[in-house]
Write a protein of this length. Structure first.
Length: 235
């Protein structure tokens, strides 16, 4: 399939209700409102196609950008390619669930994620922390430096309350993921989450929200979910 055929198929799969949900989360035109599950038959047909993925991502259409992540060949992408993708990520569903997910399937994931975390840019930082969540939740514990993960926990503890809004979500999720998916530092993550306490987000909205990694970690422990690893990062 070429880019025109894919765009036509995505448009046919679009639903107004789904489109409204995406817009309520931060998406903007152009988009069709395609449920991710509806893309699976086309994804099975195309499999991996990096040139087509690049064309689709460049459209700026949210559904096309998402599908680009599904059919991308992560190992064919360079740090510069991922920087280009994160530059075009205008809200968290792209940065954290398309770009970070695709990055997590590469050998350069930690290198790129580290640079984004240190960037000071809200969505880059969010994508960097999210990438580590995808990595820790899918790869063997031995692939990570325990000392490095400890330093990252300290960074969350010391900076999360002053971090940009979307970054707070990803840092909070990092605490949860270390506690539930990275066994060597389970206890340290639990203690860090307790020390951090509730994290306020949406301060500028009529009603703010509190994130509480500690409570969610305890729920996972109660359900015996510690040590969880997913088989695949991308759907």
């Amino acid at each position: 399939m070429n880019v025109e055929e894919v765009m036509q198929e995505l448009e046919a799969l679009g639903k107004d209700r789904t489109k409204k949900i995406y817009i309520s989360n931060g998406a903007h035109e152009p988009l069709f409102g395609v449920a991710t599950g509806a893309m699976k038959p086309m994804a099975k047909q195309i499999k991996k196609d990096q040139p087509l993925a690049e064309q689709l991502y460049a459209t700026g259409n949210y559904d096309a950008m998402y599908f680009a992540g599904v059919i991308a060949d992560p190992q064919a992408m360079t740090p510069a390619d991922f920087d280009r993708w994160i530059d075009a990520a205008y809200f968290f569903m792209i940065s954290d669930y398309i770009v970070a997910v695709t990055l997590a399937e590469t050998d350069i994931a930690q290198e790129v994620a580290d640079a984004w975390i240190a960037s000071g840019d809200e969505l880059r930082m969010s994508a960097g922390w999210s990438c580590y969540c995808w990595l820790l939740g899918s790869r063997k514990d031995a692939e990570f430096s325990e000392n490095k993960m400890m330093e990252m926990l300290k960074l969350v503890k010391n900076t999360i309350h002053e971090s940009p809004e979307r970054t707070k979500y990803s840092m909070n999720n990092f605490l949860y993921t270390v506690a539930t998916s990275y066994q060597p530092l389970h206890d340290q993550a639990v203690e860090t989450a307790k020390a951090v306490g509730p994290v306020e987000v949406n301060k500028n909205m009529p009603k703010s929200k509190l994130l509480n990694a500690s409570e969610n970690i305890q729920k996972a422990v109660d359900k015996g979910r510690t040590g969880f690893k997913r088989k695949y990062v991308r759907c």
